[in-house]
Write a protein that binds this ligand. Structure first.
Ligand code: FPP
Ligand code: K
Ligand code: ZN
Length: 504
């Protein structure tokens, strides 16, 4: 891949063609922006005249802490690496009139098909992550509009070899079942879809295995004898609901109370609550450091336990969480960091960016009818009304399209300029782009379904006009805000097992 252009003082302050506070009336799409001075050299590298890059994305932050540390140096280097891309000055891109490059679908698609094939020897270290490669690549391909159903047979075959008789999937044949690899396999099967894929799962063994990981304090271990953490909580909730597993506990479960008073979900929300830290963010385990990946796990888990409008404010301090999540977005980069004083990284477009649809949903009024009832007013007290986005969607979209695309022959999406693309970042950068471009709202009743699992109706709306700095043809397929796969895929696997179970 080619090295990014070297940062220079000039790159930090490109010609100010149009800024945020300019008169909006003149905000037409015709590209004829006669009044502004246009730098010829700047334009020659672009597809057309760049008429609007707000200063906040092209200039160094106006307020700086004088203290120099390794952390501040790493931050400065990151800004330097990003600015030329954000300012529309990278030679490999064609920028639209907003200074935003197109998504390079063809190259990314090719990169992702390749990552489902035979990988070079160096990947042996990632052997236990093979299920993840399936999920990351299939999910990214799906979001880019590819039909992945022709992988059904191969994925089913591969998954069968990873399943243990004792339940769950390991990272490969004869590897211990793990919550994360099981989650990845189940999602991969949902993505390729169809009976042959769904029928791979031994649901009875899966249910027993999950019972054996369920702990008396409400959480889940990630594997037998392994750590209990919030990944376990989210993955378990996803697996249980997608496969329509019974919630009952086996007497062998560490959480078994001697009667039927506890089930797989008992105490899980309380466990999630214990992971909110003094910063307002969520840590992997109680009393650890808040990290963006865990914020998504917490919100995703809660959103599967009950209606987000009720359960999120009941178990989390939402204002503090919003404050922490908002602090993850940096300028001028526009992307998110994973934790305090660390760097932006494309994958947090999903882990952090994906929290906002869930937060926004929980701030929307509960349109509840029936016995599910409204969220308790005392839990919702003090929550702000949502009228606009809680983060800069424009900033995130700029970071993703300018800084996270490998424009060389390689293709794929990446952490940041100077890093190599990979399947993991391709998946989560695109997931983040999808949630920034599309809008999910919660509608209708929040009654619990017959299985005792909440099934609120998520509906996707087309992109908001004000974030349409990307070309319409660059819209990424919407994905479900909790399962992170298209709504129809999660619906298909759930209804398959629901129908099967009701047949008796
Ligand atoms: C720090 O990495 C990363 C973590 C502490 C958590 C990573 C976990 C996930 C990405 C996913 C977990 C979710 C599931 C569903 C399994 P770092 O120190 O390299 O990065 P940083 O500097 O950005 O924090
Ligand atoms: K990172
Ligand atoms: Zn990353």
């Amino acid at each position: 891949m080619s090295a990014p252009p070297k940062y220079s003082a000039a790159a930090a302050a490109p010609p100010r063609l149009r800024s945020d506070d300019d008169d909006d009336d003149d905000d037409d799409d015709d590209g004829n922006d006669d009044e502004e001075t246009v730098d010829e050299e700047f334009i020659s590298k672009s597809a057309g005249p760049v008429t609007m890059i707000p200063d906040v994305f092209t200039q160094l932050p106006p307020v700086r802490d004088d203290l120099e540390t390794d952390t501040s140096e790493a931050q400065d280097e990151t800004v330097e690496a990003c600015l030329p891309f954000l300012a529309g000055q990278d030679d490999l891109f064609e920028y639209n009139e907003h200074g935003v490059p197109r998504i390079n679908r063809e190259k990314h698609i090719k990169f992702l098909h390749n990552s489902l094939g035979r990988l070079p020897g160096g990947f042996v270290a990632a052997d236990a992550s093979r299920p993840w490669f399936l999920y990351w690549s299939l999910s990214a391909l799906t979001m880019l509009g590819e039909d992945v159903s022709h992988y059904r047979e191969a994925v089913a075959e591969t998954a069968r070899g990873m399943q243990n008789d004792t339940g769950g999937f390991g990272g490969g044949g004869r590897q211990l079942s793990h919550m994360a690899t099981t989650y990845a396999v189940v999602l991969a099967l949902a993505l390729v879809g169809g009976e042959e894929a769904f029928e791979v799962v031994d649901r009875k063994a899966m249910w027993k295995w999950l019972c054996s990981l369920k702990q008396a304090d409400g959480g889940f271990q990630v594997c037998m004898g392994g750590e209990e953490d919030i990944r376990g909580a989210y993955c378990a909730a996803v697996i249980i609901t997608l496969l329509n597993l019974p919630l009952d506990l086996t007497p062998e479960s560490p959480a078994w109370t001697g009667d039927s008073s506890a089930n797989l979900f008992t105490g899980l929300a309380r466990y999630v609550r214990r992971c909110q830290t003094f910063e307002g963010g969520i840590s992997g385990q109680p009393d650890a450091e808040a990290h963006g990946a865990y914020a998504f796990c917490a919100l995703g888990c809660l959103a599967l336990l009950d209606d987000p409008r009720r359960v999120i404010p009941k178990y989390l301090n939402v204002p503090r969480l919003i404050s922490w999540l908002s602090s993850r977005q940096y300028a001028p980069e526009g992307g998110f960091s994973g934790r305090t004083n660390k760097l932006v990284d494309g994958c947090y477009s999903h882990w952090v960016g994906g929290c906002f649809p869930l937060i926004e949903a929980c701030l929307s009024p509960a349109a509840s009818s029936g016995q599910g009832g409204q969220a308790d007013d005392s839990d919702r007290a003090g929550l702000p009304p949502v009228s606009e986005s809680l983060f800069s969607k424009e900033g995130l979209i700029r970071y993703i399209l300018c800084c996270c695309q490998d424009q060389s022959k390689r293709g794929g999406l990446r952490d940041k300029p100077g890093r190599l693309s990979d399947a993991y970042h391709s998946c989560y950068v695109l997931s983040g782009l999808s949630s920034a471009q599309n809008q999910w709202v919660l509608a209708g009743s929040d009654d619990k379904s017959a299985t005792g699992v909440a099934d609120p109706a998520w509906t996707v709306l087309p992109p908001l006009e004000d974030v349409q700095i990307f070309d319409k043809r660059d819209r990424i397929r919407p994905i479900h805000p909790v399962y992170a796969i298209p709504d129809e895929n999660q619906r298909a696997i759930r209804s398959y097992f629901l129908a099967k179970d009701s047949e008796g």
